[in-house]
Design a protein around this ligand. Sequence first.
Ligand code: ADP
Ligand code: MG
Length: 255
Amino acid sequence: MSGPARLVTQGLRASVEGKEILKGIDIEVAQGEIHALMGPNGSGKSTLAFTVMGHPKYEVTGGAMSFDDQDLLGLRADDRAKLGLFLCFQYPTAIPGVTTVNFLRAALRAQGKEMPAREFMKRLSDEMAALRIDESFRSRYINDGFSGGEKKRSEILQLAMLRPRLAILDETDSGLDVDALRTVAEGVMRIAGPDIGVLVITHYPRILEYLRPHVVHVMHDGRVVMSGGPDLARRIEREGYEPILGTAVPEPARV
Ligand code: ADP
Ligand code: MG
């Protein structure tokens, strides 16, 4: 008997270059749920995303973390990906020399999800059309010379092709105009459903109008300081973070 797979962190602490950033995070996201993680710049949202995914620069210094009842500590990022974890990067990296097609085929193969060439090409075309990505992007090098919006859509394309069990979207909405934001949000909603858990990191409530999270968490200074329903995001939209955090917060940098 196995229910939905869950990502669970308990008292998770992590450091970057010797500096403690995460100061005890308890979070639980199950397949089928959409959670939003909000908070001012520098709260540690990206650090949490990298720590869950297993970026080697982020050192876990305390607490526990599991997915689908499997201990994540000690697993490399690629093993975590095989378990079904996926991260859409806040700042996607270009990989000159590796085309989108080759990258996706290799990633699917590595995860034991290879499919016949015809089926792969058909699915790729469908997903690219849904995300309004030009066909020429198949043979372009990943993120090489892509605009900000193209990079974000390319991340969602990877998500749509790989169909992970838990996806973390790290500010996939930042820097997008209203139309691109809607395309990205619709791309996420196309794959949302009982088989995928989504943790949407954002500091703008707008994308949440489309994604309709079940739970909203607010992070500040390495801790989750408040969790609530969708109303919490609306409150942040109206009032900003200061009344919730009880402290002045710096203006977010617009990326
Ligand atoms: P957020 O995503 O909420 O804006 P981050 O997780 O990026 O926050 O950053 C939290 C804190 O950790 C910041 O003070 C930032 O300077 C620091 N930090 C994050 N990543 C690194 C890194 N790779 N090297 C050094 N400091 C980092
Ligand atoms: Mg960040």
